[in-house]
Design a protein around this ligand. Structure first.
Ligand SMILES: Cc1cc2nc3c(=O)[nH]c(=O)nc-3n(C[C@H](O)[C@H](O)[C@H](O)COP(=O)(O)O)c2cc1C
Length: 296
């Protein structure tokens, strides 16, 4: 998004991802199993669609369902959410931090009444990139929610609530204390400049929250090899966003299904080569990280 600017977090995250190397432990390895249990449901793979918007999200959901993947969706009204839910996919609705609370509550209620798996909020999209003002997204006013407001939204629903945009151990602990079920670790395509990449900070966040929160790594997952690194460093699942947009445009639901299956094949290839038999046995010690960054 900010490829011309210094501090492009998308580029920083890509370079970091490619700097991580993987140790082979192939001797005696067995066929890996990527069955993924999440929020009481069973999926074929730990990939989910990122919270996208302004696209044919029903086809995206159809493709993900066919591949056995969970779906998250972003900005959009209840009518669109209804179309996505009617595909039968398991859906996480990520709601924008609207200034008008009614916009938030109506989406929470709709998600609950129409069988969504979970809801969440992309808190990272409330403020502007270049100043501290609340942002306007597609003509709609956003507002940085206070801790009290976030807690109110979380408690307004029986559904699990995920906070998208938490990206530090300190925020993760805050979210846990507010009652969130999980986090989508994201800088939302570089909305924060110079952001620590999600996959870099994952081990620190996992250490802080233990198994109290589900952790979903978001941003820059282009292949199953990227996904493996995120999962090995402590993620429960990963999202794919931009990497699915070309396949969706070219081949609709079928393209999304094929892209997810290809990524899952790459994940399985990495799992067998590292002697990882299933997602519960991910071992961070297979990842080699170059020395350099230290928490200040
Ligand atoms: C076209 C487009 C629309 C998006 N809309 C939303 C949205 O409505 N809500 C949200 O939380 N994130 C939204 N995102 C951000 C994605 O969920 C994700 O955080 C980001 O694209 C990074 O993941 P990726 O590198 O896999 O694409 C959008 C991204 C794109 C490319």
């Amino acid at each position: 998004m900010f490829s011309e600017a210094r501090g492009d977090s998308v580029q920083i995250a890509r370079e970091y991802m490619d700097s991580l190397l993987v140790e082979s432990r192939v001797v005696g390895a067995v066929k890996p199993d990527t069955t993924f249990r999440f929020l009481g449901e069973t999926f074929s793979m730990p990939f989910m669609t990122a919270a996208l918007s302004h696209l044919d999200l029903a086809s995206m959901a159809e493709g993900a369902k066919e591949a056995g993947a969970c779906v998250s969706i972003g900005m959009g009204g209840n009518e669109e959410m209804g179309k996505v839910l009617s595909t039968g996919a398991k859906v996480i609705k990520i709601i924008k931090p609207y200034a008008d609370e009614k916009e938030i509550m109506s989406r929470i209620e709709y998600a609950e009444e129409h069988g969504a798996l979970a809801v969440g909020m992309d808190v990272e999209h409330a403020v502007n990139v270049e100043d501290a003002e609340d942002s306007v997204v597609m003509g709609l006013q956003m507002k940085q929610p206070t801790l009290e407001e976030l807690e109110k939204y979380i408690r307004a629903t029986k559904l699990p609530f995920l906070i998208k945009g938490a990206l530090s151990a300190a925020d993760a602990l805050r979210c846990r204390d507010l009652g969130a079920a999980g986090l989508v670790l994201s800088h939302h395509n570089g909305l924060m400049r110079y952001a620590v990449p999600p996959v870099m900070i994952l081990p620190e966040i996992r250490k802080a929250v233990g198994s109290d929160l589900l952790l979903v790594a978001d941003g820059g997952i282009e292949t199953g090899f990227d996904a493996f690194k995120a999962l090995a460093r402590g993620a429960d699942a990963v999202t794919m966003g931009k990497a699915l947009m070309g396949p969706l445009k070219d081949k609709g639901a079928e393209g999304v299904k094929e892209a997810l299956q290809k990524a899952n094949g790459q994940l399985q290839a990495m799992m067998i080569r590292t002697g990882t038999k299933n997602l519960k046995h991910m071992d961070p010690s297979v990842i080699w990280e170059p020395a350099g960054y230290r928490h200040g």
